[in-house]
Write a protein that binds this ligand. Structure first.
Ligand code: 4GX
Length: 262
């Protein structure tokens, strides 16, 4: 997978590509990352990449000509790769989109700065506008890194062990379980004892239950996206029973609030 980032800060991306999984994926030929410095495509002695907005107002806008030239160069290097603009106005990035993009042969990522890029570039060259979330960054580089990171870990061979990409959060719309490592007791806190049994099926079942509980508490919206399976319904019924029992026992002891909470 070719990644071509168009940026005025190529060093930001280089640091990202030079470390960890990204570095290993490049060394293994799984990704082929490069940055094009938009400034190198600017005209004149000062290589200006931005200008004041028509109509006035604060901030600057990235000029169209250097971007168009850089996009042209990127397209010659990665024919067929979609041109993606990172911006808060884009379609919200999520795991299904990461899976979709992982099927491409390459990605051309435009990292805007200032107030953004000239709208005519978006209209003429951009295939997809992507947002990584409803907040405002100072530039598209960090958003492009998030996209490349999420896509890379889905590529065959990038993580080493083939199934870990799919075991993590958002595998079939459920959050990941808690994770523990040594020591077995830390500041008086132990680990779920089932993890010490060596009983793989019991451990797998505990992990699914913990993931479901975390989803229920933290992201109940995800439970609407995929129907509950039989095991999940069983767990929820068990927890409902335990909650009912707890409430009844408190009520019967007579010290709590009256029924209905009033
Ligand atoms: N998810 N930003 C881009 C400048 C900009 C604005 C409009 C192109 C068009 C962001 C996000 C994000 C801030 C990156 C504005 N470039 N990008 N930048 N959230 O906030 O992707």
């Amino acid at each position: 997978m070719k990644f071509i980032a168009l940026t005025i800060f190529p060093e930001l991306l280089q640091a990202f590509w030079d470390n960890g999984i990204m570095r290993r994926a490049s060394a293994g030929g799984i990704i082929e990352p490069s940055a094009l410095n938009v400034r190198d495509y600017a005209q004149g002695r000062h290589k200006v990449t931005d200008d004041r907005p028509y109509g006035g107002g604060c901030g600057m806008v990235m000029k169209p000509e250097p971007l168009a030239a850089a996009i042209g160069a990127a397209r010659r290097t990665a024919p067929g790769a979609p041109v993606i603009l990172l911006s808060p106005q884009g379609r919200r990035f999520d795991q299904p989109m990461a899976k979709e993009l992982a099927r491409c042969e390459g990605l051309i990522l435009i990292c805007g700065r200032y107030e953004g890029i000239d709208e005519r570039i978006s209209e003429q060259f951009v295939d997809l506008e992507v947002s990584i979330g409803d907040f405002v960054l100072t530039g598209g580089e960090l958003a492009a890194m998030a996209v490349m990171d999420a896509v890379t870990r889905l590529l065959p061979g990038a993580l080493g062990n083939e199934d870990s990409a799919d075991q993590d959060s958002f595998r079939n719309q459920r959050l990941d379980c808690g994770h523990y490592t040594r020591p077995p007791e830390f500041e008086g806190r132990t680990i779920p004892q089932v993890l010490l049994t060596g009983h793989h099926e019991l451990i797998a079942r505990w992990r699914r239950a913990d993931g479901l509980m975390r989803t229920l508490v933290r992201r109940p919206d995800l439970l609407q996206l995929k129907p509950l399976d039989g095991e999940e319904i069983g767990l929820l019924e068990k927890w409902r029973g335990e909650i009912d029992k707890l409430i009844r026992s408190q009520r019967d002891s007579g010290s709590g609030p009256s029924p209905g909470g009033g």
